[in-house]
Design a protein around this ligand. Structure first.
Ligand code: C5P
Length: 249
């Protein structure tokens, strides 16, 4: 890892990093060509890109290599969720890609997360983030899966489970990030998706949303923003507006 990665991934306390170290642009696009086209449009503004299932299944480790060669930090959002042995193997398989962050699902349980943490205990491995309750889920969606508690209660339960398993970071929504920060302390890397610029009409498929300024003010370490930037008529202008929101928070 280069020094930027080490610094950013280990600095968790809000206010210590520059805005560009706290914005991760989600490259939810179908090909390397489309992804790198967008990356070029954001050149000089953004330092972090997220590679999720759509792009990774289409492009594999190639896209991570391309982004690393251009000097960007990569968040590999694969949301691993399987039995402990399988998840540990997957963590080992992607450890050498050069990604700085990798997600697993906290719902996989403490044993699965502990196995993942052990597999990631090597210098070249990405830092692990446990996804709590997806930001697309509201209380009724959660209830339909058999979880009668509120999203916040379930997020806090999963956050503590992840912390007990030795996972250094969490993904949660801005609605519960303040409570999570209080529960897990300042050392945890708290990454918040479901960010929508102030004044946005609709929230696509996201349910628990907030503005970038709100998420940062409530204790988020880093924000993930996809469509508000990638689908904007002018992605560079959209990214600049979100960076300004982060700076002003
Ligand atoms: O386009 P949008 O800003 O809604 O994209 C949010 C990104 O964050 C997506 O890539 C999605 O996979 C990811 N994500 C999320 N909710 C989580 C974890 C990750 O929306 N809990």
């Amino acid at each position: 890892m280069d020094s930027t990665q080490v610094d950013t991934a280990s600095r968790c306390a809000p206010s210590e990093s520059e805005p560009a170290d706290r914005l991760i642009v989600a490259l939810d696009l179908p090909s390397v060509t489309a992804a790198l086209g967008l990356v070029d449009e954001l050149q000089g503004q953004c330092r972090w890109f997220k590679v999720g299932m759509e792009l990774y299944y289409a492009a594999g480790n190639n896209i991570v290599t391309h982004l690393r060669e251009r000097g960007f930090n990569v968040f590999l959002d694969l949301k691993l969720h399987d039995i402990p042995n399988t998840v540990a193997g997957a963590v080992r398989s992607v450890s050498s890609t050069g990604a700085s962050l990798l997600t697993i699902h906290a719902a996989g349980g403490e044993k699965m997360m502990r196995a993942a943490a052990e597999a990631a205990a090597r210098p070249e491995a990405p830092k692990l983030l446990a996804v709590t309750v997806l930001t697309s889920m509201a209380a009724p969606d959660l209830a339909a899966t058999g979880v009668a508690d509120s999203p916040e209660t379930q997020v806090l339960r999963l956050a503590k489970l992840a912390q007990n398993a030795g996972i250094p970071g969490l993904v949660c929504s801005a609605q519960e990030v303040e409570a999570v920060r209080q529960a897990v302390g300042n050392d945890a890397l708290l990454v918040v998706p479901g960010v929508r610029p102030a004044g946005t009409q609709g929230s696509d498929d996201q349910a628990r949303v907030a503005t970038a300024a709100e998420a940062i003010a409530r204790g988020a370490s880093m924000l993930v923003v996809g469509r508000p930037i990638t689908q904007a008529p002018d992605p560079s202008k959209a990214a600049a507006a979100i960076l300004a929101e982060i700076a002003g928070a």
